[in-house]
Design a protein around this ligand. Sequence first.
Ligand SMILES: *[C@@H]1O[C@H](CO)[C@@H](O)[C@H](O)[C@H]1NC(C)=O
Ligand SMILES: *[C@@H]1O[C@H](CO)[C@@H](O)[C@H](O)[C@H]1NC(C)=O
Ligand SMILES: *[C@@H]1O[C@H](CO)[C@@H](O)[C@H](O)[C@H]1NC(C)=O
Ligand SMILES: *[C@@H]1O[C@H](CO)[C@@H](O)[C@H](O)[C@H]1NC(C)=O
Ligand SMILES: *[C@@H]1O[C@H](CO)[C@@H](O)[C@H](O)[C@H]1NC(C)=O
Ligand SMILES: *[C@@H]1O[C@H](CO)[C@@H](O)[C@H](O)[C@H]1NC(C)=O
Ligand SMILES: *[C@@H]1O[C@H](CO)[C@@H](O)[C@H](O)[C@H]1NC(C)=O
Ligand SMILES: *[C@@H]1O[C@H](CO)[C@@H](O)[C@H](O)[C@H]1NC(C)=O
Ligand SMILES: *[C@@H]1O[C@H](CO)[C@@H](O)[C@H](O)[C@H]1NC(C)=O
Ligand SMILES: *[C@@H]1O[C@H](CO)[C@@H](O)[C@H](O)[C@H]1NC(C)=O
Ligand SMILES: *[C@@H]1O[C@H](CO)[C@@H](O)[C@H](O)[C@H]1NC(C)=O
Ligand SMILES: *[C@@H]1O[C@H](CO)[C@@H](O)[C@H](O)[C@H]1NC(C)=O
Ligand SMILES: [Cu+2]
Length: 607
Amino acid sequence: MRLFLLLWQTMLAYSVASENVSFTVNLTWEDAAPDGVSRKMILVNGTSPGPTLFINQGDSVKFLVYNNLPTNTTIHFHGITQLRTPWSDGVPGISQKPILPGESFLYQWTADDYGTYWYHGHFLSDISDGLFGPIHIDPDPKQLLPYNIIDESETEVAAMTKAATHPQLVTISDWSHVTSEDIFRAELDTNLDLYCRNSILINGRGNVNCLPISTYMSLAAPATLQALIGQNITAQGCSPPGISLIEGDFKFNLSALPPELSYSCDATTVAPSIFHVRSADRWASFNFILSASVQTPMISIDDHEMWVYAADGSFVEPQRVDGMLIFSGQRYSALVRLKDNPAFDTYTMRFSNVGGNQIIFATALLSYNSNSTNLVVAPDSYALYDQAGNATNSSAVTLDPSTLVPYPAITPAQQADATHIFKAGRAGAAWRWTISASPHSVYSTGNASYPTTISTDNPLLFNPNGSTAMNSNLTIRSINGSWVDIIVLTDPGSQNPTQPPHSFHKHSNKLFIIGSGTGDFNYTSVAEGMQVQPESFNLVNPPYRDSFISSPASPDAPTWIAIRYQSMNPGAFLLHCHIQPHLAGGMAMVMLDGVDKWPTIPAEYGG
Ligand SMILES: *[C@@H]1O[C@H](CO)[C@@H](O)[C@H](O)[C@H]1NC(C)=O
Ligand SMILES: *[C@@H]1O[C@H](CO)[C@@H](O)[C@H](O)[C@H]1NC(C)=O
Ligand SMILES: *[C@@H]1O[C@H](CO)[C@@H](O)[C@H](O)[C@H]1NC(C)=O
Ligand SMILES: *[C@@H]1O[C@H](CO)[C@@H](O)[C@H](O)[C@H]1NC(C)=O
Ligand SMILES: *[C@@H]1O[C@H](CO)[C@@H](O)[C@H](O)[C@H]1NC(C)=O
Ligand SMILES: *[C@@H]1O[C@H](CO)[C@@H](O)[C@H](O)[C@H]1NC(C)=O
Ligand SMILES: *[C@@H]1O[C@H](CO)[C@@H](O)[C@H](O)[C@H]1NC(C)=O
Ligand SMILES: *[C@@H]1O[C@H](CO)[C@@H](O)[C@H](O)[C@H]1NC(C)=O
Ligand SMILES: *[C@@H]1O[C@H](CO)[C@@H](O)[C@H](O)[C@H]1NC(C)=O
Ligand SMILES: *[C@@H]1O[C@H](CO)[C@@H](O)[C@H](O)[C@H]1NC(C)=O
Ligand SMILES: *[C@@H]1O[C@H](CO)[C@@H](O)[C@H](O)[C@H]1NC(C)=O
Ligand SMILES: *[C@@H]1O[C@H](CO)[C@@H](O)[C@H](O)[C@H]1NC(C)=O
Ligand SMILES: [Cu+2]
């Protein structure tokens, strides 16, 4: 019947030698100084990022978590389908009750898909306090691999396959010297949307970098300078807080803003993360995971070509790039061609935030030298991107994600069974966000005049027909097997003079990104829109991701993006912006997938 469902079932049938794998982690709240400044943070088995989970496709996974934090928590497995295990998706109030301090919880799921994923906290903003770690799932031996598209030679394919099986996992995060709770408190106190952070961390290490104001001003994009209306960028590299063009037409209390959340900068020097490679291996696979709460880095490696071969875990037709912009929650795997006789033993890897919010960056090192002392690093003149992530060399090729074609090819249904049109924007305050245009919010965010109806004690999965589940401002219901279209419009107006790109993530399945545009979407369906502007849609070989990014919007240029997915895993799944302050500010909806085939919750999960 449905091509795609058949394909999925075929993929499942591949699994030959599935095993049971078990992981146990202990969460603790401890002093640590990832960028040289000490604060309390969440460690997973004593580190952040937590240990990598290496898994084979088809394995049954058990993940036991001990919550030794002073706060509630849950763990979400980002991009994992949770096929037939929706109670292990790890969202409080949606799929489970919170794990209380001192308690433990056992997550169980099957690794249906291969690729790079990650786990992270999903209670309030605990992800921003260090609660995350990588997942790498090696493909089933029968999975078709795309490496021969990069280079047909058998030796090279063997080298690429080996590299991809032993990837360098690169987790990129952003970091603040105050806790996520303090940031949220400051948003309530100031009424601001707080978009500045102190550092970017690569595998948990980074520096506080402070540039002279004049350097920030020369790096800033013309549109940012225009928005500043004569003000300077702050010492921390931030657009000064409270600018109405950026934050909306609201009243702010700037005197309630702690200086480390925008103004102050005290540089630190922490030894960078070093990724060791060997010329003899010919290729290295760098699998990037963006676990950042706010920032959107441009990734590049000096003087090395990269081939992007997987996006959000799944293979794509490889593309040769010099740089790629990665949004919160996304993953890209890139094969890097290693040098036979490198002119230097070490090259800089650059991670520079792109966006009018802040000029902030991190570096790491790719080194051919197995000894980490006295490295000879290629000079900065090899950089193709500046510290604001802007290409400084016209030869630089930046990834165009709209052209990432799934490999092997998969195609969505050509017609949808249901269409839902959402409006993304602020809802009454600079820090308060919605995706449904309604100020009703899935999560409690501290403003009583906005009704919030999700109780963490009464998860929607357990209660699909209660009044919360039936509230169309909070949930969307779908029939199992049906194809669902979601169109997200950015909602212009005085609250939203501009909007940053939102990085939307749907839990459980991946989605086809079938269209996008600037201007109004004045249609009731994709089919209608395709009749008028077919060039804005792609139903032939659209990208297939677990994230989709709305274009930045301004009042004279609203934007829209259309996605299509097949509902095939009955359960309650969040659709939300992965910019953490936006999620905390309410930018979430719940998809009640397969309401006609609702699962029976096992007794051990509270059913
Ligand atoms: C995995 O565990 C299940 C019970 O949880 C058991 O039935 C099955 O035999 C185990 N499989 C392997 C390969 O050990
Ligand atoms: C976490 O630490 C415990 C105790 O040392 C260990 O048994 C467990 O394997 C570790 N978990 C992971 C995922 O490495
Ligand atoms: C977790 O770590 C804390 C602090 O080190 C320790 O007290 C506790 O016993 C550990 N729990 C487990 C299950 O390992
Ligand atoms: C901006 O900074 C420059 C120095 O880089 C200074 O001369 C100027 O007065 C500052 N402008 C404002 C509005 O603070
Ligand atoms: C990027 O750099 C080019 C020159 O190298 C400049 O013309 C352009 O304005 C810059 N763009 C942004 C967004 O900063
Ligand atoms: C602004 O914040 C300051 C510092 O917290 C506080 O004293 C003052 O009352 C606030 N002003 C308003 C109008 O809320
Ligand atoms: C690493 O290099 C340093 C200085 O270049 C040298 O002193 C040290 O012995 C080397 N270490 C190893 C393990 O080779
Ligand atoms: C631009 O990059 C190319 C290739 O990386 C290099 O050959 C060239 O010298 C660079 N041009 C400038 C102006 O830096
Ligand atoms: C909630 O937000 C509304 C709209 O911005 C505002 O009028 C109201 O005062 C806020 N209430 C609280 C308790 O902050
Ligand atoms: C949804 O939100 C709108 C706007 O606030 C409100 O008028 C409507 O009553 C809400 N619907 C439900 C079912 O709560
Ligand atoms: C922790 O979870 C419990 C159970 O849902 C809830 O009653 C409590 O309010 C939560 N605590 C916090 C601080 O949110
Ligand atoms: C629909 O939107 C397009 C593009 O923004 C615009 O040109 C057209 O006039 C609109 N049509 C209607 C009926 O509003
Ligand atoms: Cu957002």
